[in-house]
Design a protein around this ligand. Structure first.
Ligand code: ADP
Ligand code: GLC
Length: 482
């Protein structure tokens, strides 16, 4: 029998994306289907989402959803069912899902995502005729209030639920003054409810209400038990101990496959890696880089402190000095963008920078770069190192979170055994990163060893197979169905 699960999230690729959350939410329906689970994804009706679903049927209406009217639209994405909250007061605005075009967060985000959660709880509790769900799966703080509403204010009784943390750094923490407008019973403002440091914590409320908590890698699931990574919620995570697990993200092999990727100048496989050369030449030309025999590093990233881009800036003179070249694609912090452009001006032909968001270019860089650098201070899972593995663009990563779980360091023993897939370094600091770059350039100089690392990465399995089953098993354990 098919188990019906409501997956609640604020992003879903290809409809709306600011980061890896969208990729994962977009991939889950297909990952779960082989395991007898039908995932219906519930999304906010941003303009891009409404446009993508076109003319859709309204299956429910709210006259007053925390102060504004709303409709629920039914549609499909990639053949999988979608429910969209069409609430113009909350979602009909230009800019991104969380802020204006200049990157400033909307001041009423608490209201927008409380309304989204309230509606999600109604849908989960059976408000829509013909739509019954056995379990609710909420992603990140924007969806978390659905679980709090189900717990404190739903007529339908509490369904089993999973709360997935994609990034502990974003918690949805607001002042106590927003509490009355949430329309929750007074008892919800409690230590084991929505109250958080005297205010209201959306993610915290979801974590308290969930039957199980997951995050996107086993190492991050351990790390968030400590103050450094738990960011104020480590005590809660420790107290929920056995209910917390890590399931590593997969990637969609249909979308991330160098043998079929239409964005590449030349397609290739593990048997024909030599064809990567044409892609490398194309990236050199595109970024105005000199041609030489040294490795071409790439970075594809949000430009933020989490991603260690400030430390990357410090190490760029070293990178150019040891014969490396670098192509960067990213957007984010204006200071970091400025620092990258300054480094490119200091090292013409050695460092090239493209700011902005460009999906096709990201594919071309993975197909042509020799190594992808991911110097994150923390990384719940990370997807770009997985793309790097699939494309033979060797990941050079800090040993944290999902980066630690998915890359096998090219130390002496792993190289000898032929299992190394990349390079890892400890701690995001100038000396650690500089040494990792030096090691990478040296390994690249031993072409046989380099090719063996490339091949081992390309052969490793990061499809959703195992992780899809892990989610299905978790759902089953919570519902008692088989
Ligand atoms: P996070 O979600 O923390 O940003 P992930 O590695 O999980 O990190 O996911 C980032 C996703 O966004 C990947 O699919 C990556 O390729 C993509 N991405 C990041 N920056 C850019 C950019 N400037 N252009 C195109 N894609 C990007
Ligand atoms: C978050 C994390 C990233 C993870 C992604 C998808 O954005 O920062 O590490 O891969 O979510 O789970």
């Amino acid at each position: 029998m098919t188990m019906k699960v409501l997956s609640i999230a604020s992003e879903m690729a290809p409809l709306i994306k600011t980061g890896g959350l969208a990729d994962v939410v977009g991939a889950l329906p297909a990952a779960l289907a082989p395991h007898g689970v039908e995932l219906t994804t519930f999304l906010p009706g941003y303009p891009a989402v409404l446009k993508a679903i076109g003319k859709a049927k309204a299956v429910h209406t709210w006259d007053d959803l925390l102060g504004a009217p709303a409709r629920l639209l039914a549609g499909k994405s990639g053949g999988h069912p979608l429910l969209v909250l069409d609430a113009p007061r909350y979602f009909a605005r230009p800019g991104g899902p969380y802020g204006d075009a200049a990157g400033h967060d909307w001041l009423d985000n608490w209201h927008r995502f409380a309304a989204f959660g309230r509606a999600g709880a109604d849908v989960a509790a059976g408000a829509v005729a013909g739509q019954a769900f056995t379990l609710v799966h909420a992603h990140d703080w924007q969806a978390a209030m659905a679980l709090a509403y189900l717990r404190f204010a739903s007529g339908g009784g509490a369904s089993p639920s999973v709360m997935t943390i994609h990034n502990m750094a974003f918690q949805g923490h607001y002042g106590a003054d927003v509490f009355p407008a949430l329309a929750l019973p007074a008892e919800a403002f409690a230590l084991d409810g929505v109250e958080y440091h005297g205010g209201v914590g959306f993610l915290k409320a979801g974590l308290e209400a969930a039957s199980a908590i997951t995050t996107v890698s086993p190492t991050y699931a351990r790390e968030i038990r400590s103050p450094a990574f738990g960011m104020g919620l480590d005590g809660l995570i420790r107290s929920r101990g056995g209910r917390v697990s890590g399931i590593v993200n997969g990637i969609d092999p249909a979308h991330w496959n160098p043998a079929t990727d239409a964005a590449l100048a030349a397609r290739y496989s593990v048997r024909t890696p030599g064809q990567r050369r044409a892609n490398k030449r194309a990236i050199e030309a595109e970024f105005g880089l000199e041609r030489d025999e040294g490795p071409l590093f790439v970075v594809i990233s949000r430009l933020t402190w989490q991603k260690g881009i400030d430390v990357l800036l410090e190490v760029l003179d070293h990178l150019a000095g040891i014969g490396g070249r670098l192509a960067v694609l990213g957007a984010g912090d204006a200071m970091l963008e400025g620092g990258l452009h300054a480094a490119a001006a200091r090292h013409p032909g050695r460092i090239g920078v493209r700011t902005g968001y460009d999906e096709a270019l990201s594919h071309r860089m993975l197909g042509g770069g020799d190594a992808i650098l991911v110097p994150s201070r923390f990384e719940p899972c990370g997807l770009t190192q997985l793309y790097g593995l699939a494309y033979g663009c060797v990941p050079v990563v800090s040993r944290t979170g999902g980066l630690a779980d998915t890359v096998i360091d090219a130390n002496f023993a792993a190289l000898a055994a032929g299992v190394a897939t990349g390079l890892q370094f400890d701690g995001v600091s100038y000396p650690a990163l500089a040494e990792a770059l030096t090691r990478t350039v040296a390994l690249y100089g031993q072409q046989d060893a380099w090719r063996s690392v490339q091949r081992a990465g390309m052969k490793s399995d990061f499809s959703w197979g195992r992780s899809g089953k892990a989610y299905a098993d978790l759902y089953t354990s919570l519902t008692g169905t088989t």
